[in-house]
Ligand binder design. Structure first.
Ligand SMILES: NC(=O)c1ccc[n+]([C@@H]2O[C@H](COP(=O)([O-])OP(=O)(O)OC[C@H]3O[C@@H](n4cnc5c(N)ncnc54)[C@H](O)[C@@H]3O)[C@@H](O)[C@H]2O)c1
Length: 369
């Protein structure tokens, strides 16, 4: 039987937790031991008593969790203080985003753990099912945040996205019509704004045309169309992704002068470097800054703001895998399921993810399955 450990997230402004009480209940019922750090669920509205009631063991410190668990389940990439607690051969199931962090990659290789990364687990449709729920949340939240910062007291133009009869509605430009962009556009259109989604994938724009409402149009993304629409938009959402690469720089600093003062850019793609030249990562505590009169919102972990929704959405997607992992182990599961094998980024000191190896100039060794 497996000892499953849930530490409290230590990254700044992170309120999610790797497992809900119901997840602990299922594992305990299956004969496993669940160790949860006291207070781990509090930021998502699950206090210790909820875990205690289903048979999880509440422990005081992160050392207690990392020191005993065979399988660690968490949310954010291990922070330096956590890396030093990882044990040889321990399985760690979480977001890692190794390509963005060489120190973390080397740290996990040196600690000899099996790093199972949410973000590279695949499915039969070619999607990344443990990333999708967070993209959906970030997309929906991007318009909620953008609408807030368009308010005058927040530094914005003083625009109500939905307008009122006799008054022009707000205009929203969404760069990228994938998961984030489609969710952003749906919320903005639902509020009554005029929405333009730009993408370079014509098939995707064809699909969007089938189901998006009439106040949402698609335009092919090129520098001229972007410039034209920057002059038009009150709110711009950056939602592009080129898998495995830094986000393309679609809005230059010079382009900002095309926008009205008090317009807002929410660059959701900031976690991949951002698609706006003037974008730099911000936090929930200090989410915005102003460049040339344009408000920039560039929070790198947007779903953390709506921790309860995010914890529920994330654990709905991860829990089936946690149950399988606890019942067997990472080696056996990787042999049975190539989608799970794709999630193993480091394996007992070897780097088993090629793009990560290429990103850092480290040696790649395919997973032996
Ligand atoms: N900040 C956060 O908290 C947060 C949370 C979730 C996701 N994200 C990020 O949001 C971004 C989008 O994620 P997603 O899940 O929607 O990706 P996705 O792959 O579903 O969609 C990306 C879209 O961008 C399009 N695209 C690529 N180049 C383009 C260009 N030059 N112009 C216009 N469109 C272009 C692609 O064709 C695709 O349709 C990613 O960088 C992701 O990491 C950030």
């Amino acid at each position: 039987m497996t000892i499953v450990g849930i530490p409290t997230e230590v990254k700044k402004d992170e309120y999610r937790v790797g497992m809900r009480p119901v997840g602990a209940e299922i594992l305990v019922r299956n004969g496993h031991t669940v160790l949860i750090q006291s207070g781990a669920g509090a930021g998502s509205g699950y206090d210790d008593s909820r875990y205690d009631a289903v048979g999880a063991k509440i422990v005081d410190s992160q050392e207690d969790v990392w020191g005993s668990a065979d399988l660690i389940v968490k949310v954010k990439e291990p922070q330096p203080a956590e890396v030093s607690l990882i044990r040889d051969g321990q399985t760690v199931f979480t977001y890692f985003h190794f390509a963005a962090d060489k120190d973390l990659t080397i740290g996990c290789l040196e600690r000899g753990c099996i790093s199972v990364a949410y973000e590279t687990l695949t499915d039969d449709h070619g999607h990344l099912p443990l990333l999708t729920p967070m993209s959906e949340i970030a997309g929906k939240l991007s318009v909620q945040e953008g609408a807030k910062y368009l308010e005058r007291p927040q530094g914005g133009r003083g625009i109500l996205l939905g307008g009122v009869p006799g008054v022009e509605v707000g205009k929203v430009l969404v760069l990228g019509g994938g998961v984030v962009g489609t969710c952003a556009a749906s919320v903005a259109a639902g509020m009554g704004a005029d929405v333009v989604i730009m993408d370079i994938n014509i098939d995707r724009m064809r699909e969007l045309g089938e189901f998006m409402p009439a106040n949402c149009k698609t335009i092919y993304s090129d520098p001229e169309a972007i410039r034209d629409h920057l002059a038009w938009a009150d709110l711009v959402i950056g939602a592009v992704l080129i898998p495995g690469a830094k986000a393309p720089n679609l809005i230059t600093r010079e382009n900002l002068s095309l926008m009205d003062a008090g317009s807002v850019i929410v660059d959701v793609a900031i976690d991949q470097g951002g698609c706006v030249e003037t974008a730099k990562v911000t936090t929930h505590t200090d989410p915005i800054y102003n460049v040339d009169g344009v408000v920039h919102y560039c929070v790198g972990n947007m779903p953390g703001a709506v921790a309860r929704t995010s914890t529920q959405a994330l654990t709905n997607a991860t829990m089936p895998w946690v149950i399988k992992l606890a019942a067997t182990n990472a080696d056996a599961l990787a042999k049975r399921d190539h989608h799970f094998a794709n999630a193993i980024n480091t394996n007992r000191g070897t780097l088993t993810n090629q793009p990560v190896a290429e990103a850092h100039g480290l040696e790649f060794e395919p997973l032996a399955v």
